[in-house]
Design a binder for this molecule. Structure first.
Ligand code: GAF
Length: 383
């Protein structure tokens, strides 16, 4: 965790609100494989990382609530009695959304103050949004003794995203951020919302993230569109979700759906299988197979599901040209953000340099490179 960030947020809170806060760290996440499978009740393979949101929160005696976003130096004051979503894209919606969901569940809270900041860039595809939602619900649970379980908290965070942010996300991001385990990735079954931890030690290999530093607009509406395509195909197949369908089932309705939607549904069915196969490869320490599955995942996201973009595809092509990279793919919802790369430790410095230079030459802008450390999920920071 970033102690400088913790101190900055705590001091901002003390300066503004003059009371001792409860401090929370809520991580972002990576995802090794299993993309766009979560809202199809499928499998995903995420892990929490050591970057995320630090929040300081405490009850307030005043008649309103105040939230301070340290990164933007912006403040919002709001009443618990007149909540409504703000303009699309506003950071405030993550907080208002969680408060509103608590009210919908008759969880009574009083006025409070919160200050927060983070060290993952928004749009990196590392889920700073779920990290923020989780920090808010976790903090409110703590200061108002709401007695919520972590499972209840992530469902509240997810609903906040649906109803206030407007993205009909699955449960992967909130789960990984809340339940992460140091040095582990979690094979999560998104139907049962239960996971199996896998200790991650790739020996001579490591995971490297490369951030394109782009987030193309329309990504939220494209996300919701993909989700509704999947739901309509599942309905035609008479199954609860695409997780329950096979390629053979899909073949039976091929002439009743568009070729584009056929490819999208096929991608989901295949990606779900890939996530399970990846966990087996990992158990057997078969990194070659894991790498191939990761490359295949990108190919599906690019050509079948169509949620990639030029910048992401370029970085994956760079990885493919380097024999020391076993696998690379776009990570998260798509249309920008990071690629995740499984790279030989010995060669990773060269790869980072080569990919960064090529990216700069092609797009005339810089990408950012991060090494990742897998961390525990949302928790209190003890001072
Ligand atoms: C975003 C969503 F929030 C997740 O629920 C998941 O669907 C992911 O995109 C794609 O796998 O991060």
């Amino acid at each position: 965790m970033n102690t400088k960030l913790v101190n900055t947020i705590k001091n901002s809170f003390l300066n503004k609100f003059k009371t001792e806060p409860v401090m929370i760290f809520s991580p972002g996440r990576i995802n090794i494989i299993g993309e766009h499978t979560d809202y199809n009740d499928g499998f995903v393979f995420p892990a929490a990382v050591d970057k995320g949101i630090v929040a300081a929160i405490q009850k307030s005696d005043s008649n309103t609530c105040v939230a301070y976003a340290a990164d933007k130096d912006e403040t919002i004051e709001f009443s618990l009695y007149t909540l409504k979503p703000m303009a699309k894209g506003s950071w405030q919606n993550y907080i208002l959304g969680v408060v509103s969901e608590l009210q919908n569940r008759s969880k009574l809270i009083g006025n409070f103050n919160i200050a927060f900041g983070g060290d993952i860039p928004g749009g990196a595809g590392m889920s700073s949004s779920a990290a923020l939602e989780n920090s808010v619900v976790f903090g409110l649970n703590e200061i108002f003794n709401l007695g919520l379980s972590k499972h209840e908290m992530i469902l509240i965070s997810q609903k906040a995203e649906h109803n206030y942010v407007g993205v009909k996300c699955g449960i992967m991001d909130q789960y990984a951020s809340m339940f992460g385990i140091e040095n582990n990735a979690l094979l999560l079954d998104c139907r049962t919302i239960k996971s199996k931890p896998f200790e991650i030690d790739f020996k001579d290999y490591e995971l490297i993230l490369i951030n394109t530093n782009v987030k193309h607009s329309l990504s939220d509406s494209a996300y919701n569109d993909r989700r509704s395509v999947c739901e309509s195909v599942a309905e035609m197949l008479n199954v609860k979700a695409l997780r329950d369908a096979t390629e053979f089932d899909l073949e039976t309705i091929k002439d009743k759906i568009t070729p584009e939607n056929y490819q999208k549904a096929l991608y989901v069915i295949q990606e779900n299988e890939r996530a399970v196969r990846a966990s087996k490869a990992m158990q057997q320490n078969d990194l070659e197979t894991l790498g191939k599955l990761i490359y295949a995942s990108h190919e599906g996201l690019q050509n079948q599901y169509k949620v990639s973009c030029e910048e992401l595809d370029f970085l994956v092509e760079q990885a493919k040209m380097n024999e020391h990279v076993l696998g690379a793919r776009m990570m998260g919802g798509g249309f920008g953000g990071c690629t995740i790369n499984l790279v030989s430790k010995k060669e990773s410095e060269n790869f980072k340099k080569q990919a960064s230079e090529a990216y700069k030459a092609k797009f005339n802008k810089a990408c950012s490179v991060y090494a990742v450390k897998l961390s525990d999920g949302t928790h209190l920071i003890n001072s």
